[in-house]
Design a protein. Structure first.
Length: 607
């Protein structure tokens, strides 16, 4: 959601800024722009894609070795050239880019207009430029710090000014910003992918940090202008991880990578002889484990679906009651102080605003909090008491695929570890370890159904609605399959517990309604077959996702796709794969922008 890039060094800034912005396209955006210092502030911006910005800069180039750039996902004001970032003050002496939301923007705008400031956009961000303009201070950083004292909300900002040339001032609260440390040059970005072509060394800023970046180096300050120490971290992945590698879309690439990403999540974490998992990053002692009385999972979107799968896993293996909460709702509920609560915050990016605030609310209520995140150094990873990194590698497609299966695998590891701490026998643990060690190969086999799914997509690409049904641990998979179809093909789809279908949704079923039924071999398989009979009786078109060796459903269903058989708790990692592929191929057939679906952003850093 939105993207920030900055550069100061010996080179021309514009090519570096545009290249960095292009690496942030996956986050979702609707306008883009750059501002470069060269005597004054020269700005180029427009509504539309980076390719159009390149064309604009070719026609009207800007030169200079210090500048900032931005991709905007509209919140306040339509996606127009006027509302695109960077924004300026009245005199055009500074330029500012911003991720986040200024919650008191209307109040600030009214006060600033009364003081004579002229606003030209509908955005909340413009208030920051005018606040900095009127703030007292000899340096740009002093004026930025003074201005931010009046701001309520979240921000990651980068500011340049002609009165303080060769300098970028950066600040963050609730929206990620990092510094890239190069050889005689420095970069600013909201995401490490934007700096990776130039350096693997980054400094992650904490909430409340203000950084001053020049060609000579950088300083990190707190809100009282006191210098702070921040570690320099190394990015572990390289540019190949964010390249298409011959695939037509990142989403397909990431679906097809899942055998390897599952292997990466498991790597070094299974102890076969002891029948348990090694999860040192949890920072939980055996004594702390024995005191856990309940688990609360907080997450949003696809991560929430992984949490629902995790509830079955954790309750089955550890016998601890688990509740799964939408982070956006949890953070506004009165949180009860219940001793022995463990909270698990799940987020691919580690920056999801609602999940981060839910984490903070849980900690304030006295809960121990662990994070399941994919991005090393992310805010949730830093603020949690411990956690599990997914090691799934960068996920570029907006619709999450490999992060979901990695989250489920991480929850399987956590369930195994907790179970062994709380009474799961060594023999039971060894069986689980053996199954997990074989899971990457099962995923590879599940991916071989793609040709069948592609043919199936051709039959259903014209559907206007779809229903996804599952029971037990596969009900969340039905939710996830429906979400994928909605996200990238714009077909209305809903996921339901299969037995709940007859309590309302059955009224929608007719010969034009595809109904996807998750029916792997498990204890509720006969019940799912009964539910499919109910759909068949109403003329619905049934697509069954079943498991090998589960018998032929040909007389009952219109289409069936079999994934490898597995134990029930591992099944969601396999049954979700045909649903990911189905959504992908239907979206391609419908001519949709698969990797950048409309209105969506990869990392949601606003409420």
């Amino acid at each position: 959601m939105c993207g920030i890039v900055g550069y100061v060094g010996p080179r021309e800034a514009t090519p570096v800024l545009v290249e960095g912005l292009s690496r942030l396209e996956y986050r979702g955006y609707d306008s883009a722009g750059v501002a470069v210092l060269n005597g004054g502030v020269q700005t180029r911006k427009l509504a539309g894609r980076i390719t159009r910005l390149r064309g604009l800069l070719a026609e009207a180039p800007v030169h200079g070795s210090c500048g900032i750039g931005h991709t905007r996902w509209a919140t306040h004001g339509a996606p127009t050239e006027r509302n695109a970032h960077p924004h300026s003050d009245c005199g055009g002496t500074l330029a500012l880019v911003h991720n986040g939301i200024i919650e008191n923007a209307d109040v600030l705008r009214t006060r600033l207009e009364r003081a004579g400031h002229r606003f030209v956009t509908e955005t909340d961000t413009e208030t920051l430029a005018h606040l900095i303009e009127e703030s007292a201070g000899e340096t740009l950083e002093e004026r930025v710090i003074a201005a931010l004292d009046h701001v309520e909300g979240t921000y990651g900002i980068a500011v340049v000014s002609q009165t303080d040339p060769g300098k970028i001032v950066v600040a963050r609260r609730g929206s990620p910003v990092l510094l890239g440390v190069g050889d005689g040059e420095f970069l600013v970005a909201s995401d490490a992918s934007a700096v990776l072509a130039h350096t693997r060394s980054v400094v992650y800023l904490n909430d409340g940090d203000v950084a001053v970046v020049t060609r000579a180096g950088y300083r990190v300050l707190d809100r009282h202008a006191q210098e702070q120490d921040r570690a320099v971290d190394d990015i572990e992945w390289d540019l190949d991880a964010i390249a298409l590698g011959g695939y037509p879309h990142f989403m397909l690439k990431e679906i097809c990578e899942q055998a390897e990403t599952v292997r990466s999540t498991l790597r070094g974490r299974l102890l076969a002889g002891e029948g348990t998992a090694r999860l040192n990053g949890l920072n939980l002692t055996p004594a702390q484990c024995s005191r856990i009385r309940r688990i609360v999972i907080v997450a949003c979107g696809t991560s929430w679906h992984a949490g629902l799968v995790g509830r079955h896993i954790l309750e089955e293996l550890s016998e601890i009651p688990v509740s799964v909460e939408y982070a956006s709702e949890y953070r506004y509920r009165r949180e009860l102080r219940i001793p022995g609560t463990l909270t698990i915050a799940i987020s691919q990016s580690g920056e999801t605003a609602d999940t981060l605030e839910a984490l903070r609310a849980a900690k304030a209520a006295g809960s121990t909090v662990i994070g399941l995140v994919n991005v090393v150094g992310s805010t949730i990873a830093r603020e949690a008491d411990g956690g599990i990194y997914l090691h799934a590698g960068p996920e570029i497609g907006v619709a999450s695929t490999k992060a979901f299966t990695a989250q489920v695998v991480a929850l399987l590891l956590l369930g195994l570890w907790l179970g062994r701490q709380r009474g799961l026998s060594v023999d039971e643990g060894r069986v689980m370890v053996t199954e997990l060690l074989g899971l990457p190969d099962l995923v590879a086999r599940a991916l071989q159904v793609e040709s069948q799914v592609r043919a199936l997509a051709e039959r259903h690409a014209d559907a206007r609605n779809a229903l996804y049904l599952g029971r037990g641990v596969n009900f969340p998979v039905a939710l996830e399959g429906a979400l994928k179809l909605k996200e990238i093909s714009y077909i209305h789809a809903e996921g339901y517990p299969a037995a709940e279908m007859k309590h309302g949704p059955i009224a929608l079923i007719d010969e034009n309604m595809p109904v996807v039924c998750l029916a792997p071999k498990d204890s509720v398989y006969p019940k799912v077959v009964s539910n499919m009979q109910e759909v068949k009786a109403r003329g619905g078109r049934i697509i069954a996702i079943t498991s090998e060796g589960n018998g032929d459903l040909g007389r009952l269903v219109d289409h069936q796709i079999a994934v490898p058989a597995s134990s029930p708790l591992l099944a969601p990692v396999l049954t979700v794969i045909p649903l990911q592929l189905l959504a992908y191929h239907i979206a391609v057939l419908r001519g949709c922008d698969v990797d950048r679906p409309r209105n969506l952003a990869k990392s949601v850093t606003v409420e």
